[in-house]
Ligand binder design. Structure first.
Ligand code: KG4
Ligand code: ZN
Length: 356
């Protein structure tokens, strides 16, 4: 595990991580060996639930009110002062820019006041490297299915800062589709966990639903047509909500598996199949991906549920990985980046809803 070694002769020190790019306010302290010394998350589901989705301005204000006490709490729990840290890290994008600014400006102030370096972390890189926090033996390169509320991508991860995007969504992200279907079924926000719960009581074959781009020669994902088909089914009536939830979840799983299998067949030399992001918390999707990996003779790694959804431990860990790999910290005037693709060389794809 040479990748995890630290070049300093000094015992490597912990990093404070901050996450505010969507609707979780989070702070964590993670040691260089991956021990999570302290972490706190303040979710905002109740705040946004009446609107059926995240309201950016409300999210930013809530981050501002909640972040400082969380930072104080994790430092106290870890028994550390700012000066004890190797660096202060925050998500600098992609995400809702108001929230990102709150976390990034806070991290800059803490870094400036303590003289510690700042690491501006790409939220997608934090998800992408999060599996190594719990699976220290996971070696590069690996094939990553990154499935969250804002992103649905397949990437070859060769190391910190080294990503090749093989596929992305041409319209909605998988988590976004779960959220929209949750709303259609009156399950509230966020939809993913609620749809999964309801699907347990349903028959996945009861409602015929499309599998967009299944078997397609192009590598990408699409979920807009599936979402519309669910809308039509709900409008037409006559189907139990649990059957719709189960049918929808099965359709998403089929699409994710088909696209991932296609990518695996083309990605040479990957040493594992890895899933990360909020949708990777879904048990059916995890089981199907594990079976796919097994059939290809590859290990399958997905972080535990708390690490799949947004959190600050993954941000601190990504910063540890970046510094260990010899990548430089960031200047205090680095910008918040609402859009920040992991692979800037990736071909643009058709479709209007492409996020990165
Ligand atoms: O990674 P994440 O916390 O935030 C983003 O970076 O987007 O992902 C949140 C997304 C939401 O769309 C949520 O509905 C979905 O992940 N999600 C799930 C499950 N848990 C969270 N989707 C399906 N099944 C789940 N169990
Ligand atoms: Zn995320």
């Amino acid at each position: 595990m040479a990748e995890r070694g630290h070049p300093d002769a000094q015992p490597p020190r912990p990093i404070l991580g901050i996450e505010t790019s969507c609707d979780e306010t989070a702070a964590a302290v993670v040691a260089a060996d991956g021990r999570v010394l302290a972490q706190r998350i303040a979710g905002q589901d109740a705040l946004h639930a009446p609107f059926g989705g995240v309201v950016p301005e409300l999210a930013a204000r809530a981050h501002e009110a909640r972040l400082a006490p969380l930072v104080e709490a994790v430092l106290a729990e870890a028994g550390l002062a700012l000066e004890d840290l190797a660096a202060v890290a925050a998500t600098a994008g992609p995400g809702l820019v108001g929230g990102v600014m709150v976390g990034l400006v806070t991290a800059k102030a803490l870094a400036w006041a303590s003289g510690r370096p700042l690491v501006a972390v790409n939220h997608l890189e934090a998800h992408a490297l999060s599996p190594r926090l719990v699976a220290p033996g996971l070696a590069f390169p690996y094939l990553l299915l990154l499935v969250s509320g804002g992103h649905c991508q397949i990437l070859v991860v060769s190391g910190p800062g080294r990503y090749r995007r093989l596929a992305t969504t041409i319209d909605d992200a998988a988590g976004e589709a779960f959220d929209k279907v949750g709303k259609l079924l009156g399950l509230g926000f966020p939809g993913g966990p609620a749809v999964e719960r309801l699907a347990r009581a349903g028959d996945p074959a009861a409602v015929p639903l499309p599998r967009p781009l299944l078997g397609s020669a192009e590598p990408h994902f699409s979920f807009a047509g599936l979402k519309t088909a669910v809308l039509r089914t709900v409008e037409a009536g006559g189907h139990a909500a649990a059957d719709i939830a189960a049918g929808f979840q099965a359709a998403v799983a089929d699409c994710l598996i088909d696209r991932t299998a296609r990518a695996l067949a083309r990605a040479r030399g990957v040493r594992a199949l890895v899933a990360a992001g909020g949708v990777a918390a879904n048990a059916l999707i995890r089981d199907r991906l594990a079976a796919l990996a097994r059939s290809r003779g590859l290990p399958f790694v997905a972080p535990p549920q708390w690490l799949c959804t947004d959190n600050a431990a993954m941000v601190a860990w990504a910063a540890q990985e970046r510094l260990s790999a010899g990548l430089a910290p960031d200047p205090l005037d680095c910008p918040a980046r609402p859009r920040w693709p992991l692979d800037p060389e990736a071909e643009p794809v058709r479709g209007a809803g492409v996020k990165a």
